[in-house]
Ligand binder design. Structure first.
Ligand code: FES
Length: 200
């Protein structure tokens, strides 16, 4: 049976054993490569984690940066809105990874390809903003031709065809993030349709 001893470092008379035990466990953990729960949580860095189910989309930049995007903010045919997912429970915007940046846009739902059905909400689509060529942020927009354009090497993605590549060196379409609507705001409903980013 373990008996607590009183602290001998000062006059506080606190039980010493639990602290010593905790320190020893941490030392053993460090020696055999185990992380403490606190370390594990820190290493996961919620602000860098990929979008999680239940996150809400917020404005990435501008005057309304960090504000939750509402359905009526996304106007038919307008320039896509740059967005990040936010864990509203812990008030954490997942903006410490470029791979989380999204482009939110509204299109006519009847002009969208069939394979986009799980990824649009009455024509609203969230595309990854990371080019599949070498990872630049895609930020050009051609509303006439419904194309997202990468400024680095000119790849063009057709937003009505699940971001199929129409021009340039990009090898794959942009990923799509499934959404649902809750009280007029966009909520992440699943994982990206494909791995985000590019392959070296
Ligand atoms: S990084 Fe986008 S076309 Fe090269």
């Amino acid at each position: 049976m373990t008996q607590n001893t009183k602290c001998r470092s000062c006059c506080c008379q606190r039980d010493e054993e639990p602290n010593r035990l905790r320190r020893n466990l941490l030392k053993i953990g460090a020696l055999i490569g185990l992380a403490s729960p606190a370390t594990t949580f820190a290493s996961r860095k919620p602000e860098k984690m990929r979008p999680q189910v239940g996150d809400r989309l917020v404005f990435a930049y501008g005057e309304r940066q960090g504000a939750i995007i509402r359905s009526d903010d996304v106007v038919l045919g307008a320039t896509p809105i740059a967005a990040f997912p936010k864990d509203t429970l812990y008030d954490i915007v997942r903006d410490r990874s470029r791979l989380n940046q999204l482009l939110l846009l509204r299109l006519e739902s009847d002009e969208l390809a069939e394979n986009m059905a799980p990824y649009h909400l009455d024509g609203v689509v969230a595309y990854s903003a990371v080019c599949t060529h070498t990872g630049c942020t895609v930020e050009g927009w051609d509303g006439e031709r419904k194309r997202i354009i990468c400024p680095c090497h000119g790849s063009e993605y057709d937003v009505t065809r699940a971001a199929a590549v129409l021009l340039g060196p990009a090898p794959k379409p942009l990923a799509m993030l499934p959404l649902t609507l809750d009280e007029g705001t966009f909520v992440v409903a699943g994982n990206f349709s494909r791995k985000v980013g590019f392959k070296k």
